[in-house]
Design a protein around this ligand. Structure first.
Ligand SMILES: [Zn+2]
Length: 224
């Protein structure tokens, strides 16, 4: 069943469709995540020229920083939100190998243009007393995949959904740099970010290693 949901974000009415049932409480969490994605993109766009933005850009993108491309990405993210996002509610992420990943919050399917949200997105850690935690930005990350950002690299890649998410979190003051390094710690990766890297292009650890066949972070060590 497909439900059309609309809510008010400041003066803007945001409409999205949701496949499979989300209860009213869950819909509010999804609303908050989408509202964050739009507001944060708008804020980032307006503040890209500031000195603070340049420092953050250096930290996240290094020499790969390309302001026009980032501006274009934010505009397309906002455009996609304004043209009715497709959300699908599932219980748990299942990899192509049939393995369940309960800690995954969300994923993106560029073929169907859908964002899939899982049980884990609705835990208290995401929406605590209406204050969004960094995990809520996972929807921004997925929208970035839908507009064509394919990489999940943590650093130095203008084509990375993860870089865009982290840049946004920093420029909006949601997290500071110390939280960012904790977030990007390979050991903490799944728990902190919640989302598996883009399942279309993401490299996997070779079979036979201790994490064989699983998705890995680009550049992550793959030796047992
Ligand atoms: Zn990703």
């Amino acid at each position: 069943m497909n439900i059309i949901r609309s809510f008010q974000n400041k003066s803007k009415t945001i409409i999205y469709s949701i496949a499979n049932c989300a209860n009213p409480k869950e819909q509010k969490v999804i609303d908050a995540c989408i509202a964050f994605a739009r507001s944060a993109s708008s804020f980032a766009l307006q503040n890209l020229d500031g000195g603070n933005a340049r420092d953050i850009a250096k930290k996240i993108y290094g020499d790969a920083f390309d302001a026009p491309r980032l501006i274009d990405a934010y505009k397309r993210i906002m455009g996609l939100i304004d043209s009715r996002l497709k959300i699908r509610r599932e219980t748990v992420f299942v990899s192509e190998d049939g393995e369940e990943f309960k800690e995954v919050l969300s994923s993106a399917n560029p073929q169907t243009n859908e964002i899939i949200v899982y049980d884990s997105l609705f835990s208290e850690s995401v929406s605590n007393n209406k204050r969004l935690t960094p995990n809520a930005a996972t929807i921004l990350h997925e929208i970035a995949h839908l507009i064509g950002l394919k990489s999940d690299a943590n650093f130095g890649d203008i084509n990375s959904a993860e870089c865009l998410q982290n840049f946004t979190l920093l420029i909006c003051g949601i997290i500071d740099e110390s939280e960012l390094s904790a977030k990007n710690d390979i050991e903490n990766l799944r728990g902190q970010n919640g989302e598996l890297p883009n399942w279309v292009t993401q490299p996997r650890a070779p079979k036979g290693t201790h994490e064989g066949g699983q998705w890995i972070k680009e550049g992550a060590p793959t030796t047992p």
